[in-house]
Design a binder for this molecule. Structure first.
Ligand code: USQ
Length: 408
């Protein structure tokens, strides 16, 4: 049934869409190291957004050509890069799939910041156009090629919403009992109802329907990874040489909560807790992200299976508890700032992650040594930080724009 493995001998070929980004780059190296032939497709949009926002990764990431050259020097392995805009250049995407006949495609190629997606109508529309068209073009091209390619998508825990009414969030599907017209009770398996909290998270919710449709209509094999907030910077491979270093975002739009706190502490900048810090979120270390992707490639859904959904997270924490942990570690100060987002003051979050554990993931959890490692990265490149870029300025509503805080 697998035409692909019959068409070409090992090594297995993977296209990493969005392979220049924070998760895509370390994944590309991890897979290349393990013998996969890696082709990165990336239009360098993340670097262009850095230009737009006039901010840079705290770590000095190198241009794509230099990254790939350094990887070749260090390991002898070749990674190719194609600059294709997946949202607009369907023909090149389709042709590349037909020419390369990859075994799997990993889709990281979406605008991933919630605050960026809420900055203005232009940013909302860009996020929707970019993310929805990229996902649809990829699905359409795989179906059109007739090749049996396993698509792995980087989704988000944010599709579930963060208030779960005491339910332990299942992996993608909810078993519900409904009454028929005759009053008979029947069981159904439905996608967990989505409840996104930003335009960005909404695009990932929409992605789920596109996957469900192409899986049903064209029997595409699809794995959707509902990932939590990633922390950490480097993996085994990005640590091999400074030219391979991963990006580290700390600004108010792209910096994610734990990495921001660690960086702020390292720079003696007050730790920016939004509101009361009562939000609970799911977390995963970047090293586990790349391991999970490898596990997902190695365990494709069988032909005819539904879209396979994994919760790609290893632990949950309250934002305020993280701030206190970082404060204790570094002696930093906490600053409670008005929440720029529209989110509830507090939430409970319980999440199932049995699938990855059953496939052999041995999770890395928050520990002092690792937290310190990140603080060290921040201290090392502290002179590159622009402190004026730290506050989160993107707000969710017109009221907030006018300076009135919202509470839900
Ligand atoms: N927060 C603070 N202080 C800060 C920054 C954030 O208190 O300085 C709070 C936010 O208000 C929010 C929580 O921390 O309640 C998480 O914010 P975040 O920016 O770390 O994460 P989020 O916007 O949810 O997005 C990130 C990634 C996104 C991914 C998502 C996974 O940017 O691509 O999908 O994490 S998840 O959060 O599980 O949906």
């Amino acid at each position: 049934t697998n035409q692909i493995s019959q068409m070409h001998d090992e090594p297995k070929k993977v296209l990493v869409l969005g392979g220049d980004g924070f998760c895509g780059w370390p994944t590309s190296l991890h897979l290349s190291k393990r013998g996969y032939e890696v082709i990165i497709i990336d239009n360098l949009s993340r670097r262009n957004i850095d230009n737009e926002l006039e901010v840079e990764s705290l770590t000095p990431i190198r241009p794509m050509g230099e990254r790939i050259k350094a990887w070749k020097e260090m390991t002898g392995k070749t990674i190719r890069h194609l600059n294709i805009d997946l949202a607009t250049d369907y023909d090149r995407l389709y042709q590349t799939i037909c020419d390369e006949k990859p075994h799997a495609m990993i889709h990281f190629a979406e605008q991933r910041s919630a605050p960026y997606s809420m900055k203005s109508p232009r940013h909302k529309r860009y996020t929707v156009n970019n993310n929805m068209n990229a996902t649809h073009n990829i699905l359409c091209a795989i179906a059109d090629s007739g090749l049996d390619i396993h698509l792995i998508h980087l989704g988000t825990m944010g599709v579930y919403g963060y208030g779960t009414a005491g339910v332990k969030i299942p992996e993608g599907y909810l078993d519900v009992e409904v009454k028929t017209e005759q009053g008979e009770r029947v069981e159904q398996k439905i996608l967990y109802p989505t409840n996104p909290g930003s335009v960005y998270h909404m695009t990932k919710s929409q992605d789920q329907l596109l996957f469900q449709y192409y899986n049903k209509n064209d029997q595409l094999r699809i794995t959707d990874l509902h990932q939590g907030i990633v922390w950490g910077t480097n993996t085994e491979e990005t640590s091999l040489d400074e030219r391979l270093i991963n990006r580290f975002d700390y600004d108010g739009d792209y910096g994610t909560v734990l990495n921001r706190f660690l960086m702020q502490a390292a720079l003696d900048y007050p730790i920016t807790v939004h509101g009361t810090g009562g939000q609970t979120r799911a977390f995963i270390h970047i090293q586990d992200t790349v391991r999970c992707i490898q596990l997902a490639i190695e365990h494709p859904p069988a032909e005819g299976d539904l879209v396979m959904i994994f919760n790609q997270m290893t632990e949950t924490h309250r934002v305020e508890d993280l701030a206190k942990m970082v404060k204790e570690l570094t002696g930093g100060e906490i600053a409670y700032v008005p929440n720029p987002r529209k989110e509830s003051a507090e939430n409970e979050l319980h999440v199932k992650n049995d699938l990855f554990l059953s496939k052999g993931l041995n999770p890395i959890t928050l520990n002092k040594g690792l937290l310190e490692e990140v603080t060290d990265v921040a201290r090392r490149y502290a002179n590159r930080a622009d402190l004026s870029k730290i506050p989160a300025r993107s707000v969710w509503t017109k009221e907030q724009q006018a300076g009135v805080p919202v509470q839900i």
